[in-house]
Write a protein that binds this ligand. Structure first.
Ligand SMILES: C[S@@+](CC[C@H](N)C(=O)[O-])C[C@H]1O[C@@H](n2cnc3c(N)ncnc32)[C@H](O)[C@@H]1O
Length: 484
C-alpha cells in the first residue's frame, strides 16, 4: 500500500548511483498535456431591452481589464496600508536603508490583499507592455542575474557603508572588479532597487542591497543560483538536443556546463568541492527555513502533521529512507514512545551523523542508523512505514521507479510507503505567484538533475509503474492543509 503525502518545498540531493537499466523515452517523461489555460476577460454588458415608454438608459461604460486591475491594486494597497498604519508599521521603502526587509506576518485578509497587489501589478504591467514587448523584454531577465551574480561574487554590498554613501572612485579602490564594470553592474542592479546613486557617481545602499550585505544565506543563495544553476540553465538546450529524453543524472545542463557529461551527477561534483557544497547547503537553508519546511510540518499532528499513533500503539517500525542524520526520526521518537526507527542513508552520511543521535536515551535507543543505497534491495524487511522525504523529486521516472521497486521484496501486506514531497497542481490551479515558483523549481530540477516535480496523477503513475500491488492514497494531512 502506498500513502502519499505532499508539500511545497525544495531540496536537491545527491546520488552517485548508476543510470537506470532501461531509460525508455516513453516511461520517463511526465505527461504535461496542457499548458496553463489562458483566462479571457470579457466585459459585462447589459442585455435588458428598454420598453418604448421608458427613457433610454445611458450605456454603462464597460470596465476594461486594465482598469479593473488598477482598481484592484488601489483597493488592496489601501487595505494593506491601513493595516500597517494601524499597527504603527512602516510601508516598504527600498530607498530607506532602515526599512524592514520583510513584511511581518499579516492577518489572512491583509495577506490576501498583498498577494492581489503582486498578481495584479504583474498582469497590468504585461498588458501595458503588450504581447510583443512582453516577450521581447521578458527574455532579457537573465541580465539581472548576470549583474547580481557578479556583484555578489565580489562582495560589493559589504564594501558599501550601510548608513552613508561612498563614491564610485573610492569603491573602486576596494575591489579587484574592474572600475568600468563595477559601475555598469551596479547601475544594472539599481534598475531593480538594489543599490542607488543619490548623486552622480555616489553609491548608497537600499533596503534590498543591505540584505545582500548582511544576510549570509542570501549571499549563498545568489552564489548557488548565479554560479551553479545559471550556467547550467544556459546549457539546457544543448543537453536536450543531445539527450532529448532528459532522464540521466549525468546528462543534464549541469554536466554540459561543467564538462562532466557521462562522468558524475551534480552532487558527486559538489562532494569534491567543499566550499561549493557548503554554499549549496547554506542556500537551501535560506530557502527551507520557512513554514512548511521544518520537521514539525510532518511530525506535529495538531497542526496537520501525519498521525502515527496507530503504529505507535502496535510498537511498529518506521524506516526513513535517505533520512540523512535522522533529525526527523528524533522528533518522531520524542512524540511516539513505542515506535522503532531505522534511518538509512549513504555510508558517508551515516558515518558523519552525531552519536548518539539524541541526548535523550529513550529516544536514541529506538533509532538505528543503517548504511543503505536506496537503489538496491531494501534490507529492513517487514517494517510498517517506508518514508521518503524530499527524495523522489530528485529523480526522473526510471530512477524513481527503481527506488520503489527496490522496496518490494521487503514489503509486508499493508506496509505504507509515505512520500513527503512537492506535489504540482494541474496547470493554472495555483495563484500566479505560486504557479511561477513551482514551475521554476521544476525547471531547476530539469537543469541540474534531469529530475522533476510531479502532480498527483504523476505520482500515481509512478507507483503503478513500479507495481500493480501498490494502492495509492492521498494523505488527509494534505487535504486539511489545503482547506486552511
Ligand atoms: C534532499 S536530502 C533529504 C534528506 C532527508 N530525507 C530530509 O528530509 O531532510 C536527500 C538525502 O538522500 C541521501 N541519498 C542520496 N542518494 C542516496 C542513495 N542512493 N541511497 C540512500 N540515500 C541517498 C542523501 O545523502 C541525502 O541525505
Amino acid at each position: 500500500m502506498s500513502k502519499a503525502k505532499f508539500r511545497l518545498s525544495s531540496l536537491f540531493h545527491s546520488s552517485p548511483s548508476p543510470s537506470p537499466d532501461a531509460e525508455t523515452k516513453k516511461q520517463n517523461r511526465r505527461s504535461f498535456s496542457a499548458l496553463s489555460s489562458s483566462r479571457r476577460h470579457k466585459d459585462v454588458e447589459s442585455n435588458v431591452v428598454p420598453s418604448k415608454s421608458e427613457p433610454k438608459p445611458k450605456p454603462e461604460p464597460s470596465t476594461s481589464r486594465m482598469i479593473a486591475l488598477a482598481q484592484t491594486i488601489t483597493k488592496a494597497t489601501e487595505k494593506l496600508e491601513a493595516h500597517m498604519t494601524s499597527q504603527g508599521l512602516p510601508m516598504p521603502d527600498f530607498d530607506d536603508v532602515d526599512s524592514p526587509a520583510d513584511f511581518p506576518t499579516l492577518p489572512p485578509d491583509v495577506q490576501q490583499s498583498r498577494q492581489e497587489i503582486i498578481h495584479a501589478t504583474k498582469e497590468l504591467g504585461r498588458l501595458a507592455h503588450g504581447p510583443r514587448e512582453s516577450v521581447r523584454w521578458g527574455v532579457w531577465e537573465y541580465l539581472d542575474t548576470v549583474a547580481l551574480t557578479a556583484l555578489n561574487h565580489y562582495g560589493i554590498a559589504k564594501l558599501v557603508p550601510i548608513d552613508s554613501t561612498i563614491t564610485l572612485t573610492e569603491l573602486q579602490t576596494k575591489t579587484s572588479l574592474d572600475p568600468i564594470n563595477l559601475a555598469r553592474l551596479l547601475r544594472m542592479a539599481m534598475t531593480n532597487g538594489i543599490f542607488r546613486e543619490p548623486s552622480p557617481d555616489v553609491i548608497a545602499h537600499t533596503a534590498a542591497s543591505r540584505v545582500l550585505a548582511e544576510d549570509a544565506n542570501m549571499q549563498a543563495w545568489i552564489g548557488f543560483n548565479g554560479e551553479d544553476i545559471f550556467p547550467s540553465a544556459g546549457h539546457v538546450l544543448q543537453a536536450l538536443q543531445t539527450y532529448p529524453e532528459a532522464t540521466s543524472l549525468t546528462q543534464s545542463g549541469f554536466q554540459f556546463a561543467f564538462n562532466t557529461v557521462d562522468k558524475e551527477p551534480m552532487f558527486v561534483t559538489f562532494g569534491k568541492d567543499p566550499a561549493r557544497a557548503r554554499r549549496m547547503g547554506q542556500s537551501m537553508a535560506s530557502l527551507t527555513g520557512g513554514e512548511g519546511y521544518e520537521p514539525a510540518f510532518f511530525v506535529d499532528v495538531d497542526k496537520g502533521g501525519y498521525d502515527l499513533s496507530d503504529l505507535d500503539a502496535a510498537g511498529g517500525t518506521f524506516v526513513d529512507v535517505g533520512g540523512s542524520h535522522g533529525f526527523l526520526c528524533v522528533d518522531l521518537a520524542a512524540r511516539y514512545k513505542n515506535l522503532k526507527f531505522v534511518v538509512q542513508d549513504l555510508p558517508k552520511t551515516v558515518d558523519s551523523a552525531p552519536k548518539p543521535l539524541s541526548a535523550d536515551p529513550q529516544v536514541a535507543e529506538r533509532i538505528t542508523l543503517l548504511a543503505h543505497d536506496f537503489f538496491t534491495e531494501q534490507p529492513t524487511k517487514g517494517a510498517d512505514v517506508y518514508f521518503f522525504r524530499w527524495i523522489m523529486h530528485n529523480y526522473s521516472t526510471p530512477y524513481a521507479v527503481r527506488i520503489l521497486k527496490s522496496l518490494i521484496p521487503a514489503l509486508k501486506p499493508g506496509a505504507r510507503v509515505v512520500i513527503n514531497d512537492h506535489c504540482l497542481r494541474e496547470a493554472g490551479q495555483e495563484n500566479p505567484w505560486d504557479e511561477k515558483v513551482i514551475r521554476r523549481m521544476d525547471v531547476i530540477m530539469l537543469t541540474l538533475l534531469n529530475a522533476q516535480e510531479r502532480t498527483e496523477r504523476e505520482f500515481r503513475e509512478l507507483f503503478a509503474a513500479a507495481s500493480e500491488g501498490f494502492v495509492f492514497k492521498v494523505s488527509l494531512m494534505r487535504k486539511k492543509r489545503r482547506e486552511r
